[in-house]
Design a protein around this ligand. Structure first.
Ligand code: CP3
Length: 356
């Protein structure tokens, strides 16, 4: 029998139920800004060796929880595990972004792609989920995650990170049928991946659509939103995932919040380019919101961090359904003490806000 949760604020907020204080976690909370993370990664040898070792992946997942009063843990892994399992050959050059040895460019290469087997090719991810759940012992809930079909396609076609992902966008215009074939395979893979994480013990699920905002409105609907929606539909009738809250995060897509909320997800991640009060109006209270402090604020002084945390909390107001987070991941040069300032201020100030 799994242990009952000692802290369920995060899950309650996602259900828009009342909580004593606003739950908080931080995207990329296990990462290079922590010296203990860098030490474990050095022990593993590389980022991929770390992600593929369930005990070490568990160790780094728990590191930020030992430092800060976080209300959720997130599986330590990466969104690019799916394309790696499809045979694209993922590596991370030291200090640089991801790279695929075999990017997908031709119709034949798209046709050859299959949905990876979750309990063999991606077993290391499911094993990490199982180990982390055991070691968490009910401290806080565990978030499983995937990249969105569109964002995975961006990396698979480009072969590496990019500012504008012009190669995949060119494919959308020059051969839309091929782009859709790729996105269909990815949507089935993402749904199967999240279902398998739910079966292994994840208690909430999040989809990162980091590059949704690169698309204009019509293209966003056709190449990103359509497939997010497909994944939500599959998970809603999936025996393992149907009772888990699902968070969709499309960065730079604040013009689409209402449409995204209409997919049936539980919550939306929000970047820092919109006030949460406006985001709440856009979704009409139908979903919870997660966000949205600008990660660059963590480079400022503790006084400024506290002030900006309060600004975000005030903007959401005294309503149910807020999970505090950054609007994107914490960056490597951030002082770990500043993350503590953020987490503690969220809890302290949101208690005051509730009492007011
Ligand atoms: O949030 C967490 O603590 C969980 C772990 C997590 C990682 N990547 C670990 C990681 C999560 C949720 C991700 C998601 C991810 N990965 C996204 C979506 C979220 C976002 O940031 O937009 C994307 C686009 C990727 C792809 C990726 N992985 C890139 C572009 C890079 C290199 C850039 C960078 O930050 O170094 C990675 C590598 C990566 N994934 C690192 C970590 C901690 C750093 C690698 C290292 O330790 O050397």
């Amino acid at each position: 029998m799994p242990m009952p949760l000692k802290n369920d604020r995060f899950l309650r907020a996602l259900r828009r139920e009342p909580v004593d204080t606003t739950p908080v976690w931080v995207m990329r909370q296990a990462g290079r800004y922590l010296p203990e993370y860098r030490a474990t990664r050095a022990k593993a040898g590389s980022f991929m060796a770390l992600a593929q070792n369930p005990e070490l992946a568990c160790e780094v997942t728990l590191q930020p929880l030992d430092r800060y009063e976080l209300d959720a843990a997130i599986l330590f892994s990466d969104i690019l595990t799916i394309p790696d399992a499809m045979g694209l050959g993922l590596s991370f050059a030291h200090g640089e972004g991801p790279q695929f040895a075999r990017p997908v460019r031709t119709r034949a290469e798209v046709e050859r792609l299959g949905v990876p087997d979750m309990e063999s090719e991606l077993r290391y991810v499911m094993d990490a989920v199982r180990v982390i759940r055991r070691e968490l012992a009910g401290r806080v809930p565990l978030i499983g995650f995937s990249g969105s079909p569109w964002t995975l396609a961006c990396y698979m076609v480009e072969g590496e990170g990019s500012r504008d992902f012009a190669t995949v966008k060119a494919m959308c215009w020059s051969d839309p049928a091929m782009a859709h074939m790729l996105l269909e395979t990815l949507a089935r893979s993402v749904a199967a991946y999240l279902s398998a994480q739910a079966a292994a013990g994840a208690q909430a699920l999040m989809i990162f659509d980091t590059w949704g905002g690169l698309l204009g409105p019509a293209a966003f609907r056709e190449f990103s939103l359509r497939y997010l929606s497909q994944v939500v539909d599959v998970l809603k009738s999936d025996i393992h995932a149907r009772d888990l809250p699902l968070i969709l995060f499309s960065k730079g897509a604040n013009g689409h919040l209402a449409e995204m909320a209409a997919t049936g997800c539980a919550a939306l991640g929000v970047d820092w380019t919109i006030d949460l009060s406006d985001a709440r109006k856009a979704v009409d209270g139908k979903v919870a919101l997660q966000g949205n402090l600008d990660p660059a604020v963590l480079r400022a002084s503790p006084e400024v961090i506290r002030r900006e945390v309060r600004r975000v909390l005030d903007s959401y107001g005294n309503h149910p359904g807020h999970v505090f987070n950054l609007g994107h991941g914490v960056t490597p040069e951030v002082d770990p003490e500043h993350v503590k300032v953020l987490v503690d201020e969220v809890h302290a100030y949101s208690r005051i806000l509730r009492a007011a």
